[in-house]
Design a protein around this ligand. Structure first.
Ligand SMILES: [Mg+2]
Length: 384
């Protein structure tokens, strides 16, 4: 089942804040309540499952939640307590199950168990063991997704909530998700969801087909083709994000040698542009951001020159990066014809959030955005 790839778990604590409150006060167990901070424009930080059943969700303004239940119980949030529980839980998981842990939020982590799941027999046994022991030790439940990539592991954890698990493996990833809504895809936010909905793309199968057939024309949905390519790669099971959870590549580079040396500035820019675009594609598909740009020039005397520049505020926009590169070339190039050029993006940082940012359908505002888009496009009125 998991023969050739990594085995990644995504562990997501169920209704974490409200579950923590139930630990402090057993009487809350049977009540409908939310955790919130009382400020002028309070929003629900977390709703327990009884409140969720009434349509009350995290991110919803408190006054709206009260419209659903006027005597809704509101518990003041106790972030210190949640943080303390969180670090205890993740320390336990790390000690007991795998050192390769990446904690991505107060109640979620990825765990690479490639090398040790077999000591439990199967992935399912390991998952059962984790859930059982977290319950015994903390009296809290969690949902677990398992797969060969982080992307699928996170999706899997969302499928059978709460207190359950789901496995996406080599045998089922191609078709198992096809009929699921695209809103389970991490990184599909409200805006992209609305745009895709307007294109009549609702299921993962439709989304995959759309990306495969409209790859050159996705800019009206995503800001860049690179993001679309990231989704496509992930959905086709070609993830780059699972190689190593703890070790981060520090730089990524590309270079090209020319038989006919380059002496014209515009041609040099043109060739650099091709390299930078390729590098962008690679760096983004791996979920990296970079803060330093380096270039390499080798002239016809085989002299190498290396120059570098720091990018402001980790600005990774193509136009900005390329303008910095042009500046470097213009000011540093000694006008001797070049037989090799190279680009390097350095000080890479792993930014899982790049396209896997937490997708929260906080409140119903996405519906009104969606309505506006659809009504505008089709000159009609829809009711959601
Ligand atoms: Mg959670």
């Amino acid at each position: 089942m998991f023969l050739t790839r990594e085995v990644i778990l995504h562990i997501d604590m169920d209704a974490f804040f409200t579950s923590c409150e139930e630990l402090k006060n057993k009487n809350l167990k049977n009540k409908i309540f939310v955790v919130a901070t009382r400020t002028k424009h309070s929003v629900v930080a977390s709703a327990n499952y009884k409140a969720r059943a009434l349509g009350i969700k995290a991110g919803m303004p408190l006054f709206k939640a009260k419209e659903k239940l006027s005597n809704l119980l509101i518990i003041e949030s106790d972030l210190n307590f949640y943080q303390n529980m969180s670090s205890q839980i993740f320390t336990f998981i790390k000690k007991r199950y795998s050192q390769k842990i990446e904690v991505t939020s107060i109640d979620e982590c990825y765990l690479n168990v490639t090398n040790n799941y077999s000591t439990f027999g199967t992935v399912t046994n390991l998952i059962n063991n984790i859930q059982k022991n977290i319950w015994i030790k903390f009296k809290l439940t969690c949902s677990i997704g398992a797969s060969f990539s982080k992307f699928f592991a996170k999706i899997a954890a969302n499928i059978n909530k709460p207190n359950n698990f789901f496995i996406i493996n080599e045998n089922n990833y191609k078709f198992k998700l096809d009929n699921f809504s695209i809103n389970i895809i991490p990184g599909i936010g409200q805006v992209a969801y609305s745009k895709l909905f307007a294109l009549n793309i609702k299921t993962i199968k439709e989304f995959k087909d759309y990306l495969l057939h409209n790859y050159h024309n996705v800019n009206n949905v995503f800001n860049s083709k690179i993001i679309a390519l990231g989704f496509l790669n992930e959905l086709l099971g070609r993830s780059n994000l699972n190689i190593n959870l703890n070790k981060i590549q520090k730089s990524i580079s590309i270079e090209k040698t020319f038989v006919n040396s380059l002496g014209n500035l515009n041609i040099i820019y043109f060739q650099f542009q091709i390299l930078v675009k390729k590098l962008f594609l690679e760096v983004k598909s791996k979920g990296f951001i970079f803060s330093t740009l380096k270039i390499k020039l080798k002239d016809t005397n085989f002299c190498n020159y290396l120059f570098q520049i720091k990018l402001k505020n980790n600005n990774n926009k193509f136009n900005y990066v390329f303008s910095k590169l042009q500046l470097l070339v213009k000011t540093k190039w000694n006008k001797k014809p070049l037989r090799l050029i190279g680009v390097c993006f350095a000080n890479l940082q792993f930014s899982f959030n790049l396209y896997l940012q937490k997708r929260i359908f906080d409140d119903n505002s996405w519906k009104s955005n969606l309505k506006t888009i659809i009504n505008k496009k089709y000159q009609t009125k829809i009711i959601l």
